[in-house]
Design a protein around this ligand. Structure first.
Ligand code: SF4
Length: 411
């Protein structure tokens, strides 16, 4: 069962609420102050900076810095609403596009006004989301031309250089950086590639300035795991992970996989971790797109790491040699550990690779695989050691590489 919940204080509302059809979404959005004129772009940009809004695509980069950089770049800019969420355990972006298309489009037109862009794109792979966005644009066209661009869903299709490449008519595959899109993006123009939750929060900041701190500090989080419910939840930054585990019926969880597949596996002490970029980074994790996968005490972290790296290896775009060999080797070796076929030196080999490989691919896929191995060795050394010579019951079946274990249906 999948649910949608708000845990914001005092009954205040953020981006969530009951689903609406397109027409109702427009009336609700207008009633909440949406599509209000923007008399002074600088004032909204200052507000975004003052409340410290950070991007919600995964990296958590300050939104105001990104907007100003694109605004100040040479040439007329382009803005892109990026709704392609590659992490199988995240549903927030597709939910927003399906149920709050006007909030996202309002954020896109504000981003265009703040950067001086005269063209916009909505980039996605989800068919119901595309239908909702097209219907919203037909109901209330924006005052700039907007193209809706569809990509095939893959783990890397939402990476910002893959977004630019696909909009320009190529495959949705990352390219080497530099240049980054803010320097040379769609058609060579400076391009703001903004996650749709980031844009929705910009629209909410404009419509409800009195709620600015609440809007900027809240996160949409997808919770899942075996033995409990999946849920899309809006929470304030700093909420302890134990609260989220309890909410979705994962109170027995013994470990958590953070950030989709990007933030690594965490064991002892994970319940007291605060849900925010800085707190999770300080603990050696990452918030990423805000997806949390809880492991039951009977789930084996070795099996989860093997399955996740096998999925990442299968999702490699196979265009960087170091990713093809590195992600493949990590998946093969973690699979061998899971099957009880590791040798005495296997853990040290994995540790060395997890130090050497990050940062060497064109996108973060290789980093995610290396971080999974590193956190498995750091937080579960005894479980890795226990697999020397024999697999545990949870690892008895070979790990599939289709990501099914981590996939959450959109509520
Ligand atoms: S790191 Fe891997 S997934 Fe990313 S672009 Fe290179 S080959 Fe593709």
């Amino acid at each position: 069962m999948t649910g949608v919940f708000s845990l914001l204080p005092d009954g205040r509302h953020g981006l969530l609420g009951p689903p609406f059809d397109g027409g109702a979404d427009l009336s609700r959005h207008l009633a909440a102050g949406g599509y209000a004129p923007l008399p002074a772009p600088g004032r909204l940009l200052d507000r975004i900076a003052a409340v410290g809004l950070r991007g919600r695509g995964g990296a958590g980069f300050p939104a105001a810095v990104k907007l100003r950089t694109v605004r100040d770049a040479a040439g007329p800019p382009v803005v892109v609403a990026n709704g392609e969420e590659g992490e199988p355990g995240s549903v927030k972006d597709r939910w927003l596009l399906r149920h709050r298309p006007h909030l996202v489009l309002d954020g896109l037109r504000l981003a265009a006004a703040l950067t001086g862009a005269a063209r916009g794109h909505v980039y996605l792979s989800d068919a119901p989301a595309e239908q909702a966005v097209r219907q919203a644009l037909a109901e209330r066209p924006l005052d700039l031309p907007v193209d809706v661009v569809r990509a095939e869903h893959t783990y890397v299709a939402g990476e910002e250089t893959a977004v630019v490449r696909r909009i320009d008519g190529g495959p949705a595959l990352p390219t080497a950086k530099p240049p980054r899109p803010y320097e040379s993006g769609v058609g060579g123009a400076p391009t703001l590639v903004a996650n749709v939750e980031t844009l929705a929060r910009i629209a909410a900041l404009h419509a409800r300035p009195d709620d600015a701190d609440l809007v900027a500090g809240a996160h949409l989080v997808t919770l899942s795991g075996a033995g409990g419910a999946a849920a899309l939840v809006e929470v304030t930054a700093g909420t302890h992970l134990t609260v989220l585990a309890d909410l979705a019926g994962h109170g027995r969880a013994g470990a958590v996989l953070l950030g989709g597949l990007f933030g690594g596996l965490h064991g002892a002490g994970w319940r007291d971790l605060p849900l925010d970029h800085d707190g999770l980074s300080a603990a050696g994790g990452a918030l990423g797109c805000g997806a949390l996968y809880f492991l039951r005490p009977e789930d084996c972290p070795v099996a989860v790491a093997a399955e996740a790296t096998a999925y990442l290896a299968a999702q490699s775009a196979r265009q960087c040699g170091v990713c093809v060999s590195g992600t493949g080797a990590l998946a093969t070796t973690l699979g061998a550990v899971a099957r009880g076929e590791a040798s005495d030196g296997t853990a040290e080999t994995l540790r060395r690779w997890s130090r050497q490989l990050p940062g060497r691919g064109a996108c973060g896929l290789l980093d995610a695989a290396a971080h999974l191995a590193a956190t498995l060795l750091t937080h579960f050394p005894d479980r890795v050691d226990a697999h020397r010579g024999s697999a545990c019951p949870a690892c008895a079946d070979p790990a599939p590489c289709d990501g099914r274990r981590f996939t959450v249906p959109v509520p």
